[in-house]
Write a protein that binds this ligand. Structure first.
Ligand SMILES: Nc1nc2c(ncn2[C@@H]2O[C@H](COP(=O)(O)OP(=O)(O)O)[C@@H](O)[C@H]2O)c(=O)[nH]1
Ligand SMILES: [Mg+2]
Length: 213
């Protein structure tokens, strides 16, 4: 699931986490199908959606996992995190409690994954400026402290949704390229004139600056 198909194709598993009703499912449907749903209903059935992105002429498949509502019961399973190379950690800018909840999600992510996972803090619902409870500054500050990317999005009006996912996908790709280019096996394969890239989940190098809307 989390390994490349081979040759010059890539498959990156990315997970969406964050408190209930922050907009995770809608961020995914906006990104994958350009759809928004005003009814808040637990996503049942579909575990993930795959979206193809082109980077440097290469086809990259992002397999994006949605929680199917388990976060209500704080019962997101370890299988959900397994093999993930990226995470969008989402809060709702109109509900401070969901921002305070981020720390717990980051802890859970730390215990479930190796530290090289690309993490982006996402403040969703930025279309609701009039009832904002979390400032952009607060978001940026937390992201900087945690060494994460930062962006504000609106799944409703599509602001920054594509960008949020693409930054994460691109960063995974860059980390992987760096790792592979430096590895002995890459050099060996180069001399054999055949290069097949492995996923970057073993990489330990990475802490990023923040990036904001
Ligand atoms: N105004 C606004 N509402 C949103 C946005 N994203 C999601 N919602 C609404 O927030 C509620 C929860 O969204 P959902 O995607 O189900 O959240 P999840 O529980 O995190 O998957 C739904 O009523 C959505 O219509 C957004 O960007 N702006
Ligand atoms: Mg959902």
């Amino acid at each position: 699931m989390d390994s490349p198909i081979g040759g010059e194709e890539y498959l990156f598993k990315i997970v969406l986490i964050g408190d209930s009703a922050v907009g995770k499912s809608n961020l995914l449907s906006r990104f994958a199908r350009n759809e928004f749903d005003t009814n808040s209903k637990a996503t049942i059935g579909v575990e993930f959606q795959t979206q193809v992105v082109e980077i440097e002429g290469k086809e990259v498949k992002a397999q994006i996992w949605d929680t199917a509502g388990q976060e209500r019961f704080r019962a997101v399973t370890s299988a959900y995190y397994r093999g993930a190379l990226g995470a969008l950690v989402v809060y709702d800018i109109t509900r401070k409690g969901t921002f305070d909840g981020i720390k717990r999600w980051l802890q859970e992510l730390d215990t479930q994954n190796d530290s090289s996972i690309v993490r982006m803090l996402v403040g969703n619902k930025c279309d609701l400026e009039n009832i904002r409870e979390v400032s952009i500054e607060e978001g940026k500050t937390l992201a900087e402290a945690e060494g994460m990317f930062f962006i504000e999005t609106s799944a409703l009006d599509a602001t920054n949704v594509q960008t949020a996912f693409e930054i994460v996908i691109r960063e995974i790709y860059n980390n992987m390229s760096r790792k592979v280019l430096n590895s002995d096996s890459y050099k060996a394969e180069l001399s054999a004139n055949r290069v097949s890239l492995s996923n970057g989940s073993g990489s330990k190098e990475s802490k990023f600056g923040s990036c904001c809307s």
